[in-house]
Design a protein around this ligand. Structure first.
Ligand code: AMP
Length: 287
């Protein structure tokens, strides 16, 4: 059985993996880590849950080793603030036995703290494309030392319309001796085209998602013609006996909020006509 120490990682990183409870490398880690350590470009088709973050984080940590200078040497671009924060956590936990300075930058809040942190000196930067470009144009981020670039969840970045920004970012990062990696959950033509543009003789690694359903889970699908019937069907199921701990997945935050409102008003309220949705939300455990 392969161990992290067989993949060419140093003892500090192997120890950090142990601390995280990573006993053996996942499929993508076993394949990607040695290639990235050798300096190859990598195209990884892998979903979240496969261990893809550590697959590129470990080689980057290994290559950067310790704090040096003040400009970032590796840049990881990801589509959302949540993902950027998640990636930062992985980097931080795996770098606990090093002095590497890791920073995540993203929009949705003023840039002051992020600017101060960059000015104090950083080694690795994890960013959403918009905030990266904003701070680059303010001349806060200096790209001349960047040697590694990772695009994570490339398909999502393209779906979210980040392509023009990514193109600009690629233009401002030195291409000479740069190592690139692209990770994507899916591999449609547009991602393939991006990989031609961005990667040099990449090694392609494709991880097929593991079977996601346990054999003792019964699945059913209901074909419903419209939203009204869908809501009526959901309400019907939730009223059945045995449906007392239910998880409902929705397409977006907006739909989840609307559905919550609908259920609070139409399902729970029936039990007490005097309640408003806000009363119910506040005292949910009492209902
Ligand atoms: P990711 O696909 O990078 O989002 O990782 C999914 C989850 O797998 C995270 O919670 C990681 O902490 C965990 N993970 C990553 N690598 C390993 C490993 N080698 N062994 C066990 N868990 C892991």
């Amino acid at each position: 059985m392969t161990h992290f120490s067989d993949l060419g990682l140093n003892p500090q990183l192997v120890r950090a993996c142990d601390d995280q409870g990573y006993s053996t490398p996942t499929d993508i880690q076993e394949k990607a880590i040695p290639l990235l350590l050798k300096g190859h470009d990598v195209l990884g088709i892998a979903q979240t849950g496969t261990g893809k973050t550590a697959a590129y984080a470990l080689p980057i940590l290994m290559q950067c080793k310790y704090a040096q200078g003040s400009n970032p040497r590796a840049l990881i671009l990801a589509p959302t603030r949540e993902l950027v924060i998640q990636i930062e956590e992985v980097f931080r936990s795996l770098s606990k036995y090093t002095d590497l300075r890791i920073l995540a930058i993203y929009g949705g809040l003023g840039p002051r703290t992020q600017i101060d942190a960059i000015n104090n000196g950083i080694d690795l930067l994890i960013a959403t494309p918009g905030r990266f470009m904003e701070l680059y144009l303010k001349e806060v981020i200096i790209t001349k030392e960047l040697k590694t670039l990772v695009l994570d969840e490339a398909d999502k970045m393209m779906d979210m319309g980040f392509m023009p920004q990514i193109r600009k970012i690629l233009e401002v990062i030195p291409i000479k001796k740069r190592q690139n990696a692209l990770f994507s959950a899916t591999f449609p033509e547009k991602v393939e085209n991006l990989s031609f543009e961005f990667l040099e003789y990449p090694h392609k690694i494709e991880i097929t998602p593991q079977a996601t359903t346990a054999v003792n889970v019964e699945q059913s699908a209901y074909d419903v013609p419209n939203l009204k019937t869908k809501l009526a069907a959901l309400k019907y199921f939730l009223e059945q006996e045995g449906f007392d701990r239910v998880m409902v997945f929705c397409r977006s935050k907006l739909v989840a909020n609307d559905l919550e409102q609908y259920l609070l008003e139409n399902l729970l309220k029936e039990k007490d006509d005097n309640l408003t949705a806000d009363d119910i939300r506040e005292g949910q455990t009492a209902v």
